[in-house]
Design a binder for this molecule. Sequence first.
Ligand code: RUQ
Ligand code: CUA
Length: 648
Amino acid sequence: MKTNQFYAAILITSLSMLFACNGAQKGSGALSSDAASRVYVAPGEYDEFYAFLSGGFSGQVSVYGLPSGRLLKVIPVFSVDAEKGYGFNEETKPMLNTSFGFIPWDDSHHPELSQTNGVPDGRWLFINGNNTPRIARIDLTTFETTDIIEIPNSGGNHSSPFTTMNTDYIVAGTRFSVPIPQEDVAISEYKNKFKGVLSFIKVDDESMDIAFQILVPGFDYDLAHSGKGKSDGWTFFTTYNSEKAHTLKEVNASQNDKDFIAAVNWKKAEEYLAQGKAVDFPTSYVVNRYSEKTHMATSETRTTVKVLLASECPGLIYYLPTPKSPHGVDVDPTGEYIVGNGKLSADLTVHSFDKMMTAINNESYDGEIDGIPVLKFDEIVAGIVQSGGLGPLHTEFDGKGNAYTSFFISSEVVKWKLGTWEVLDRVPSYYSIGHLMIPGGDSMKPWGKYLLSLNKITKDRYLPTGPELNQSAQLIDISGDKMEILLDFPTIGEPHYAQAIAADLVMPNSKKIYNLKENEHPYAVKSEGETKVERKGNEVRVYMTSIRSHFAPDNIEGIMVGDKVYVHLTNLEQDWDTPHGLSIMGANNAELLVMPGQTETLYWEPQRPGVYPFYCTDFCSALHQEMQGYIRVSERGSNTELKWSLGN
Ligand code: RUQ
Ligand code: CUA
């Protein structure tokens, strides 16, 4: 199809979709009669899967149970969260530090579960921050964010944080190329000065750091997936804008018939690294880690990063020509097929890993770009899925030889067969699907029972809520030959991507309390007897405890206007699900929500003399309403004695 014909097709399809949306009739939405019973999880029963949905512009991760679609938790990651005090209390503020300072918001796109032998293992969930390039790790024993690492030399951290099959690395590719190192240059210098980097981040139990970056041509790097099985050792990144356009990109970056999938041999990169081929680039990036022992996060600034220059490392990268500005790149469970989802195309191009290796051995090149060989298209293509739909974005697999692709423009999920490339089934999405997700569907062993369609537009699916409607997810049963829609549910923010895992791989490890005896917070107290208030100059530290249903101390006097007051609250409870909250009237801050055995700190600068109540915000017992106290604030320089009490 010629380009303008193609755009005409897009236009027609989009328009017809719009009419379809507006014309939808309510009351006729019923599905097969037993759909409801198949998503019904009776009161007191558990869901079969944990699903982790990105919050997009909310910066968070939300956890749902599947098949019920019940919201289990919202995990604060890249955005401050007043509900949990994340980014407001002293302990978690450092999590949001970057080389640009404290950044309380980001745009999170792709949750990614850690894997062992190519299968999600339930240890960690990673997610990227797109705007100020970052990657976070969430510990799945606590469902809390434990690490956030900034990615230097990057702009728009989109192709991230996809893992290798043993979580050797998680990766990050720059969506927007930028001057590297950053400098003040004319934007029209794009073609000469702007470059991309692909980052490989090493992960272990205690830390995350950038092992190396690879300097690559100034394209846009959109998505990634690593090889598995026989293709382990390779990571594939899609590129668009191989035109290197810097203005009116929607037209100028869509000129070339084919862009590329960059196949990166990271085992080769390790060899080059060992040979000392990497260059130390001066830079600045911040690594933040929350310790479960001290209950505090700390930030560290790193000042160099190891960079391999793709042009000087033969065998490190090959380009796989792929039609029409590919978006997602997805590797099937066997590791043989690399699916390029050309978002401006009707067809889907599937490359063969074996053929790629043969082409590399035979040096079947179609020229090179900045020293990176371009492989001959015809020699690497395994097959083409024809007329799958319009505007393919992402593909996942069911482990039974089938693939499922989201088509944004024609707004549908299409099921097709690996190897024969025939289309088997299609089901509409409501509306404009982006990613789709099968539990384990990008791993070697998918749980091929359900598929979640993550939709960009909601329109008329729910009761209207003014101009803004929540985005929407749609659960589809893929266990039979025909796909069946079972359930719609609203999401929080924009669920770009999601991951899901069998509940029994996570549930047994879920932590119930923090052991109070192991609490190494420097301002923790382990009993009411140790509680106290200390003044040093105008700095006041309150060592406070909570237990049903009182704080100790509960009355404090002798605080002055302009003091810097730190209330360190240790929750003495050692029972599951017994947090206490703390809020102080007039504190320019959020509440604290302190888990059993944990210590958190509320910072407060009292502004006016008076007596200020504080109270517990989490309904914790029959006497929760009694769980309160007072802080007396006197004029600066007054001689009110510093004293505190409980029970008198
Ligand atoms: S995106 S809809 Cu992953 Cu941010 Cu494809
Ligand atoms: Cu403690 Cu309410």
